[in-house]
Design a binder for this molecule. Structure first.
Ligand SMILES: Cc1ncc(COP(=O)(O)O)c(C=O)c1O
Length: 394
């Protein structure tokens, strides 16, 4: 059978995605990641990136990466356990543990990998995972890989968590897992209440703080710091691919858990270490975060200004409590058209539809950052107002 015949079903699926407005058109960026970008040859305001603190193109990170390349080269050469652990990796883990105010930290190639490593190392067949219904795909995949029973509870609802725990037979271990900040809505997990449930039942509690790292807590120390839950949350997963401006994942928490992940975290054991420039740049991010809270403060004041103005214009920004601002539109085709018109008006803000968000809940997601100037925000708002009126949204 020819390949075209064997893949005819893919052709049909792709055509159907296009029809429903769910086909993702990937744009190409031709400039450094910043508040403004050159995208597909056009200069635009960037509301798409998770570059919360504007560190992705920070001179200190660039310099740190260059110097590390001069000293260590580029690639790690191996997985961490064989020959891939360089002194840079050890330094980064020690600095992250200190920054996060925990006993120990272990790094991974990405936040996605950190979840794939952690969940199957902690629970397996015969165990149960209680997972927020809106958890990130990497948590869901980590749960599936573990082969534990997965029980979803209603989003951010500790009462429902209690209810489903009561309805579940738990023969082995149990883990409660949640996103810290939900990336599509910008709302924050009720971690103190989840901790109460976990403590009452003696279950492990894990939070994936990908969007809280560098954003929430004192100087960006994350959700555990934000709620003052040090020592109470067993596993804090984070990423250095967002506010830290680079790439990489981290698990921070008790020494015993970190020790176990070094023995049993499969992406740690079977995939090469973080690269030299990434690791060095992450170290520079920790330096910057420890030196000053200025960028975190600018991020929050930009986000507050933008969100207030959007609400005043009449946009529905959902339940956002963070710099992530969903502009709720509902229909996927409308969201795609809105994003296209914004781009023509000089604003890069992506439409997000199913399966990233539920059917009928399509939106434009605006990522506010410290890299935006007041002028960026005002021009961005003017474009939203014009397109919103043109398309009858406001
Ligand atoms: C909650 C959450 N976890 C994990 C990840 C993956 O992080 P990384 O890009 O470092 O793989 C993301 C990124 O989208 C995320 O939002």
């Amino acid at each position: 059978m020819a390949t075209a015949e064997k893949t005819a079903w893919i052709e049909q699926e792709l055509a159907s995605l296009k029809e429903q407005g769910l086909y993702t058109n990937i744009r190409t960026i031709e400039s450094p990641m910043d508040g403004r970008l050159v995208v597909d040859g056009k200069k635009v305001i960037n509301f798409c990136a998770n570059n919360y603190l504007g560190l992705a193109n920070h001179p200190r990170l660039r310099e740190a990466a260059k110097q590390a390349i001069d000293h260590y080269g580029v690639g790690p050469g191996a997985v961490r356990t064989i020959a891939g652990t360089m002194s840079l990796h050890v330094d980064l883990e020690q600095r992250l543990a200190k920054f996060k105010r925990v006993e120990a930290a272990i790094t991974f190639q990405s936040g996605f990998n950190a979840n794939l490593a952690t969940i199957p190392a902690l629970v397996g067949r015969g165990d149960v995972i209680f997972s927020d219904r809106l958890n990130h795909a990497s948590i869901i995949d980590g749960c599936r890989l573990s082969r534990a029973e997965i029980v979803a509870y209603e989003h951010n609802n500790p009462k429902d968590l209690e209810k489903v725990i009561g309805e579940t037979d738990i023969a082995g271990r149990a883990l409660i897992v949640t996103d810290g900040v939900f990336s599509m809505d910008g709302d924050i997990a009720p971690l103190p209440a989840l901790y109460e449930v976990a403590a009452k039942h003696s279950f492990l509690l894990m939070v994936d703080d990908a969007h809280g790292e560098g954003v929430l807590g004192e100087g960006g120390r994350g959700i555990v710091d934000h709620f003052g839950l040090h020592g109470k949350v067993d596993i804090e997963v984070g990423t250095m691919s967002k506010a830290f401006g680079v790439m990489g994942g981290v698990v921070a928490g008790k020494q015993i858990i970190v020790d176990w992940l070094r023995q049993r975290g499969r992406p740690f054991l079977f995939s090469s270490a973080m690269t030299v420039p990434d690791t060095a740049a992450c170290l520079a991010s920790v330096d910057l975060l420890e030196e000053s809270t200025e960028l975190v403060e600018r991020l929050w004041s930009n986000a507050e200004f933008f969100k207030n103005e959007m609400n005043a214009l009449g946009f529905d920004t959902g339940h956002s409590e963070t710099p992530i601002v969903p502009v709720m539109l509902g229909d996927a085709n409308l969201a795609q058209q809105f994003s296209k018109r914004l781009f023509e008006a000089g604003v890069f803000a992506m439409a997000i539809g199913y399966p990233t968000v539920p059917q009928g809940k399509a939106r434009i997601r605006v990522m506010n950052t410290a890299a935006h100037s007041q002028q960026d925000l005002e021009e961005g708002l003017a474009a939203f107002e014009a397109v919103g009126k043109e398309l009858g949204v406001i």
